[in-house]
Each structure stands twice: as C-alpha cells, then as structure tokens.
Design a protein around this ligand. Structure first.
Ligand code: GLU
Length: 506
C-alpha cells in the first residue's frame, strides 16, 4: 500500500454499540494494523436529538474490552495529534465554511421550505402514486436560493429565517463508483435527492461532517457497514465538488439473524436469548437492561475470533485466530458481499475453545469470586479442579455444576444413574472395595488406579460393576472426569465416607 493507512470508526453515540458496530471497528483495526496504519475513533454526535447519555463511554469501554484500542480519539491518555478534536460537536465551528464554499461554487443552495410544506408535497405526490424527491425535478418550484431572487434570499437570511443548505445533485449524469468489496457501481444521478448538508441551528448533517472530517483527518480508507452504501454517491459527489481526493471505500456485508433471513436487530438479542451487545447496557431512560457478551461470560478472544468471521474468511480451513493472527491474515478483498449469518452457537464454540487456553489459576480465581461456597477453599485446590473439568465447560458459570462434588459430598443421587449403577451384587463389591482402599498407603492417582484395576481383573468382576457405583458414590451421578483423579482430589477418608454413604442405601 503506497499511501499511509488511516482508518476511522465513526459511531454516533445514540445508544449502545451493537455487535455489528464492533465488527466494523474490528475490520478497521485489522486493516490499519496490517498496513502499519492508524485506527481512529471519531464520535459523530452532530444530531443532538438522538444523543444518548453514556453512549460514548460505552463505545470506548467496549473497544477496550474487545482489545481493539484506538490510536487517536477522544478522551484522556490518547494522542490528540494534529487531527483532533475527535468529537464532531467540538468541531462545530469547522463545518459552516465548507457548506458556504459549496454554495459559492454552485454545488449547494439555501432552502427555506418549512417542514409542513415539504410534508404537503410528499402527500400530494403520494396521492398521485409518485414519490417526492427534492432535486432537479422540482427544485425550481420550491422555496430556495435557486428559485428566489438574490435579494429575497439575503433578506430571509438577514431575518434569521429557518433555512437548510442542500446539495445540488447533478442532472443526467452517470456516476462511476468503486467499492473494494463490491467492485464497480454505476448510479444515475437523476435518482438522487438534494440532501441537507447544514441546518440553521449551526450543525452540519452526517453527510457534510463525515466528508469534511474524513478529508481533514486524512482518512485513506472508509470501511463501514452496508447500510451506508446508499450514501456513497452523495459522498463521492461531495469529494468531487470540493476537489478533494476521495478515500477508498469498502462496505461490509450485513449481519443477518440466525435464521439467515433479515438483518440482525438490536432487539433480536432479548427476543432470541443471546447478547447482541459487547457489554451489558442499561437504558438511561427506561432502566431496561440488555445482555452483554462480557457479562454473559464470553472471553474477549472468542468474541473477536467470531466477529472476524462475520463476512470474512481467510480462504483456508483455519478457524482459530489470535488477534495477531487475524492482523496477518486479514484482507479487505476477501470480505464477502453476501450477508453474514449470526450463529450464536458458533460463538459458544469459540468460547469453549478459548476456555481451554485460559490458565487454570486465572479461571480458578474467577470461579472462586463467582461462588460463595468457595470462599474458604484453597485456590490451588480450585485450580486443580478447574484443570480436570474445563474441557467440559463453555462458561465459568458452568463450573459449579461440573465440580460441586469436589467440594461437597453428594446429598442426592441421580435416579436414572442409581438404577443403572446399583445392582443386587453391588453391596459385597463395594464392601470389598472399601477394604482394599483402606489398605492403600499411596493415595496417588496412578497407584490407586493400578491396585483397583488389578483387583477387578483378578476377581473377574467386570469394570462397570465397580466403576459405576464408585462414580455414583463420589459424584452423585455417572458424570465427571477420571474416577481416580476425583478420589485423589477429595482424599482417602472422604472417598471411603462417600462409598459408605451409598452402602447405606443398599
Ligand atoms: N456515524 C455513522 C454511524 O453511526 C458513520 C458511518 C460512516 O462510517 O461513514 O455509523
């Protein structure tokens, strides 16, 4: 890549960041790091009506939790550099001159139409089966600086009349656009409307602020969701009107519901029972709490690995990637056009995998903190227990049900398992087993295993006849890791006590 790569993630703080937003941030980050470039966070907060308290903090926390930090962006501790500030509300003073520049060059105009008049035009068109578009079709019939005299326009502006600045979309021309993922796109400019660029409250709209900032911040590549593709013609026209070189564009595919039909929405999570947000979010207005991947017990590595595959794949069979690995393998050209189905089971699969990679002592600490009964248990013991069962777990919240018998003797026995394990001849077998175990000096896994197995073989008892009631006695069910490992962990006295407890039932 010849030019310096500078990419930005530009969310609007209108609520919590959807998992799709994190995917956009991740692809920007991967692309930037692959090309030794800069990943920028820009907060697009020009729309005061949609501003939600706490949303910006949420965005920053979510990026940090995901491990995709920005090089430039708002907040302390981050390099401001020559391109800041990074909140559009703090750049407010910048935009007006650009809107005026477009008016001066004939690419934009003042429009004074009231919302009511526009609504009336819309209804009028609808009644005739048509769609109202504010563009060359009818702009001369409307209330703007193209249809009014210069004098009237001046008076209106001097009087402080409500106005907007609209872009003057060209008539009868064919726009040739390029998207790295989608290839060449042709658009007839006659279908475009004259979008509002600037409002009389002194605020730019998304389109103007976005283009001005991308230019001033020297953004080289715009990587964003497919929902912004319809804005691309206007954005290209704005670059052309300013005489600026446009960045390269890449529009990421939509994220689809688990059924593969329709876009995954913010509400799907609560409806379908899985998180659609990286972190949990409490709505400041309603107090409603939405689930977050972090709080639901997902590892950040699993979330990242999963998201990377939403619309991208390396073209090989490899599925497990560290962030480093993703940076090396990532190519924008390998991103698909087709929508990516969100599969909540797949992210669990990733979580299970990353669980295995976590050090036992780290998991043990989290487990101990999550469960009151472990308060006084030695962390090294918990750590060994975790090592024995983690291959069966997807979340730390699975641990207790997989391990309680390492800490407490069973108080009840699974009914089905009891029927299966406890037979007529179980009693004498367990009695003999107790005697055998009692004589054992070396209560380590291997010697224990050898002695018990030799006894079973010489006596020709059959493995199931011993191991099943033994497991039931220790665990309360026919589940769990190696029986001898369990005995070793809980110790000789406790093992004997548990076998005796079962004998009492027979
Ligand atoms: N502010 C827009 C958003 O909320 C940014 C779109 C873009 O990246 O151009 O996603």
């Amino acid at each position: 890549m010849s030019k310096t790569v500078r990419v930005r993630f530009a969310p609007s703080p209108t609520g919590p960041l959807h998992i799709g937003g994190i995917r956009t941030a991740l692809f920007n980050y991967l692309f930037a790091k692959k090309h030794n470039g800069c990943f920028i966070l820009r907060i697009e907060d020009t729309d005061k009506n949609r501003y939600v308290d706490g949303a910006e903090n949420y965005i920053v926390n979510a990026l940090n939790w995901c491990g995709i930090p920005f090089d430039e962006g708002p907040g302390s501790g981050v390099k401001v550099g020559e391109f800041g500030p990074y909140r559009q509300s703090e750049r407010k003073h910048l935009y007006k001159q650009y809107a005026e520049q477009l008016i001066a060059s004939g690419h934009a105009y003042y429009a004074f139409d009231s919302a009511e008049r526009l609504e009336a035009h819309r209804r009028d068109h609808e009644a005739k089966g048509k769609t109202f578009i504010y563009n060359w079709h009818n702009r001369l019939k409307l209330n703007n600086s193209l249809s009014l005299t210069a004098e009237t326009v001046k008076t209106k502006l001097d009087n402080g009349d409500h106005y907007v600045i609209r872009f003057k979309s060209p008539q009868d021309s064919m726009l040739h656009l390029k998207d790295t993922i989608r290839g060449a796109i042709k658009i007839d400019t006659n279908v475009l409307d004259d979008k509002v660029l600037f409002k009389s409250d002194g605020m730019p709209t998304y389109h103007l602020a976005n283009i001005v900032d991308d230019h001033l911040m020297e953004i080289s590549h715009v990587i964003r969701g497919e929902e912004w593709l319809p804005s691309l013609p206007l954005h290209q026209l704005l670059y052309d009107a300013f005489g600026w070189e446009a960045p390269e564009f890449a529009h990421l595919p939509l994220i689809l519901k688990p059924t593969g039909k329709g876009k995954l929405s913010k509400r799907d999570g609560d409806k379908l029972g899985f998180p659609v947000f990286p972190l949990e979010w409490k709505d400041p207005k309603t107090g409603e709490l939405s689930m977050g991947y972090k709080q639901e017990g997902y590892f950040q590595e699993a979330v990242i690995n999963f998201l990377a595959f939403l619309g991208w794949n390396p073209g090989t069979e490899q599925e497990l990637f560290s962030l480093e690995g993703l940076i090396n393998a990532f190519e924008l050209e390998k991103v698909n056009k087709a929508g990516a189905r969100f599969d909540p089971d797949k992210i669990k699969w990733f979580n299970h995998h990353y669980m295995q990679k976590q050090p036992n002592d780290v998991l043990a600490k989290a487990f101990k903190n999550s469960h009151s009964e472990l308060k006084d248990i030695d962390i090294n013991y918990i750590s060994m227990v975790v090592g024995l069962i983690k291959e069966r777990a997807t979340f730390i919240s699975d641990f207790w049900s997989l391990t309680h018998y390492f800490f407490n003797a069973p108080t009840q026995y699974d009914e089905k398992a009891s029927k299966k394990a406890l037979k007529e001849d179980t009693k004498p077998i367990l009695e003999e087993l107790i005697t055998l175990i009692d004589t054992l000096k070396d209560f380590q896994i291997e010697p224990l295993k050898t002695v018990v197995k030799e006894w079973i073989t010489t006596k020709e008892i059959g493995f199931g006849k011993v191991m099943q009631p033994l497991r039931l006695a220790l665990v309360g069910a026919l589940q769990g890791p190696d029986v001898f490992a369990i005995m070793f962990m809980i110790g000789k006295a406790e093992s004997l006590k548990r076998i005796e407890n079962v004998l009492k039932l027979l």
